[in-house]
Design a binder for this molecule. Sequence first.
Ligand SMILES: [Zn+2]
Length: 79
Amino acid sequence: MDKFSIILSIIALLTQVELHVHLDGAGRPETLFELLREKKLPLPGNGTFREFKRAVQVQDPKDLMHFLSGFRHFAPAFG
Ligand SMILES: [Zn+2]
């Protein structure tokens, strides 16, 4: 392997990054709500967008479990 190939191999290794998206915060509440409705999946509360938004947007989370509590409402939309 010549020097150029070695350098390219090193650069290729250095430029690898892991790109991923966290589901929390990745979807607009409006979009998630529409997906759940289209898929006829359960909605929290009385089924209105207002109640959905209130259930999934955790304000001032006490701990990780509290922060993740909204997932159960919107995660099925991604399935
Ligand atoms: Zn991450």
